[in-house]
Design a protein around this ligand. Sequence first.
Ligand SMILES: CC(C)(COP(=O)(O)OP(=O)(O)OC[C@H]1O[C@@H](n2cnc3c(N)ncnc32)[C@H](O)[C@@H]1OP(=O)(O)O)[C@@H](O)C(=O)NCCC(=O)NCCS
Length: 192
Amino acid sequence: MSTNGVEEVFLFDPQLLEDLPFEDQKCATYKPEIGPTRPGDGLTLRPLCVSDFDKGYLTLLTHLTKVGDISREQFEERFQAMVRTQPNLYYTVVIEDDVTHQVVGSATLVKEMHFIRQCASRGRIEDVVVNSTYQGKQLGKLLVDVLTLLSKKVGCYKVSLECLDNMVPFYSKFGYVKEEGQNYMCRRYVPK
Ligand SMILES: CC(C)(COP(=O)(O)OP(=O)(O)OC[C@H]1O[C@@H](n2cnc3c(N)ncnc32)[C@H](O)[C@@H]1OP(=O)(O)O)[C@@H](O)C(=O)NCCC(=O)NCCS
């Protein structure tokens, strides 16, 4: 894809999103029907690009947690480090408003490689966020549905996520369940 004659660098191959069996295997219900190739009027769903630095991507993330003062150089360095992982381990999808050219939604799938289960990989879904102006338009559902299908497509044997109690009903829509006896434990080195 080229914007103003400048070739875009995607975090991962956009074809992966186009090839998802979304219509057959989506988990949530959509009224009206939307999907990865048609997320809604004037919206585009695609992998994260370097140019999203200028499209409010980091500001969107501030709705989740502290982001800090990240320079373009730091952003590009981190982006390129993610692109270079082989096989690809980072899958951030964004939704862009084609009129304002702002990123209005995003979520990330991280693929972890292990030795267990015959060198299996597992997925983790992180940083699901939709700009408050765009909430209630099914975009959060679309992001989670897309990444859940993508986790299977890229070979994860399971996919998990962490969330607050009030988000459990949201993620239950996609087949996520609280596993009996399993606890999430965390040790922080910096304050929340
Ligand atoms: C959570 C979030 C991503 C949802 O995005 P959204 O685009 O507003 O949600 P959608 O329009 O796709 O989803 C709508 C459906 O999810 C439900 N839903 C939305 N937010 C919910 C919540 N906090 N708890 C429970 N259900 C919720 C709606 O009731 C609706 O259900 P329906 O389809 O049965 O009618 C968005 O509210 C957000 O960015 N919140 C702030 C950041 C955050 O909390 N992220 C999650 C971190 S784990």
